[in-house]
Design a protein around this ligand. Structure first.
Ligand SMILES: [Zn+2]
Length: 433
């Protein structure tokens, strides 16, 4: 069945493309100049963009379905304007065998939300010692390899992992914090942690690990080149000014590294801890105003080239524990785009196309996927959003199982009203005629 989306303002990572009537047929954009269709939808001048890609979500399946399930996580993603998400493998059991990757992918295809890509562990049980079979995992459809949730303490294992992943065509994603320096820190280390009497996690824990990982990458790139391959290192959730500067310098030098930044590190600071509320507990921790400014600058200039949510749902009861014992992580799939549209585009004048690029093509590069473009013949993975209608973040209405939010009560614009995956409607807001 053909669908015509009339009167839409088009934007993708290449720029704003003017108003057009978009014809969708057999899962692809058939025309940007209208045409006959069985179904017609008037976009009313709202923005139509490629559906977003999130390279970093925790869907807690298998084994932790009290926190999130595939169905709720993929529905939350669709509602947030995401067409594709990559689920992390720190589940119970850990996702590390080809059969697990196939089974999860197959299950997701029966569900109505966003498209699921599955990340597999880099090392057995994410223990950082013995590598998983990269080539077999790639053949089973794994999107990347990562021990996220844990840190990679053994540099030699990471170097070999990068080489084998390169040969298999996969990127390696890392949670770059030095475990020893981080210690038992629950919030950013500094005067505020001292004032509140809480254990600090210093920015140097991240910067030191990023610096090490860049040297590991330099070595792995040399090893892999001798075999005719090129590794890709993806640094997850960079949270500090120093970390961002290190990634930017390495990219300028030509090292094959990509850096990710999260919606929370772009919009919240450690000051949130004054409320002693574990909703703000996340790893790496919320940092200072200076870090937020540096991260936004790095996102704008491309030192950090991807936004990943690190959507990390826990039960409300877990997050109501005291600050030392509550788990790290926050849910954000349903608010990430309106949050960043409001805070970065509306309030700070970041170009819309740039934000779209960092939420589509940037993450897709880490996955080895083609840029997301609105062009005839391109897949109809699309997202329609309203730049004007204000809505308040109301976690009680989340479809994610994690119905709390550090942004609860914030008034935002830019809410996705329609998300299509290969032309199939996976989210449609009741307010869309
Ligand atoms: Zn992480």
């Amino acid at each position: 069945m053909r669908l015509l989306i009339k009167n839409a303002r088009l934007v993708d990572g290449s720029g704003e493309l003017g108003t057009a009537d978009v014809l969708i047929e057999e899962g692809r954009i058939a025309s940007l100049a209208g045409g006959d269709a069985e179904r017609v939808l008037d976009a009313g001048g709202r923005w139509l963009a490629p559906a977003l890609t999130d390279p970093h979500v925790h869907l807690r399946t298998p084994g932790q379905e009290t926190k999130e399930e595939l169905a709720t996580g993929l529905a939350a993603a669709a509602r947030g304007g995401y067409g594709t998400v990559v689920a992390m493998p720190n589940t119970e059991p850990v996702i590390q065998e080809p059969e697990q990757v196939r089974a999860l992918s197959d299950e997701a295809r029966t569900l109505p939300g966003a498209r699921l890509l599955v990340a597999a562990a880099l090392t057995e049980n994410q223990e950082g010692r013995k590598l998983t079979p990269a080539a077999l995992l790639a053949r089973a459809g794994a999107a990347l390899l990562t021990d996220d949730g844990r840190t990679n303490e053994d540099a030699g294992v990471l170097a070999r992992g990068l080489v084998y992943a390169a040969a298999a065509g996969l990127a390696v994603a890392v949670h770059a914090e030095d475990a020893g320096l981080r210690g038992g820190g629950v919030m950013n280390d500094g005067p505020l942690a001292a004032e509140l009497g809480l254990a600090g996690n210093p920015p140097e824990a991240e910067a030191a690990r990023i610096a090490r990982d860049l040297e590991v990458l330099r070595y792995a790139a040399r090893k892999a080149a001798a075999l005719g391959h090129a590794p890709r290192l993806y640094l997850q959730h960079v949270s500090t000014a120093r970390g961002a500067a290190l990634v930017a310098a390495a990219r300028a030098e030509g090292l094959p590294v990509m850096g990710e930044v999260t919606p929370h590190h772009l919009t919240l600071t450690e000051e949130a801890w004054r409320g002693f509320d574990a909703r703000f507990k996340v790893a790496p921790p919320l940092r200072t105003e200076g870090d937020v400014e540096a991260l936004i600058g790095a996102l704008e200039r491309g030192g950090l080239s991807a936004v990943g949510t690190d959507h990390a749902p826990h039960t409300a009861a877990e997050k109501e524990r005291d600050l030392e014992n509550a788990p790290f992580g926050m849910p954000s799939l349903e608010v990430a785009f309106p949050l960043l549209y409001t805070e970065l585009v509306e309030r700070r004048g970041l170009p819309l196309a740039l934000l779209i690029e960092r939420m589509t093509t940037g993450p897709r590069a880490a996955l080895g996927l083609a840029p997301a473009r609105l062009a005839e013949g391109a897949p109809a993975d699309l997202m329609l959003f309203d730049p004007a209608e204000k809505r308040t973040v109301d976690p009680a209405r989340f479809v994610s199982k994690a119905r709390y939010s550090p942004w609860a009560g914030r008034e935002l614009v830019g809410w996705p009203l329609l998300t299509l995956v290969a032309g199939r409607e996976v989210w449609r807001d009741a307010g869309l005629a």
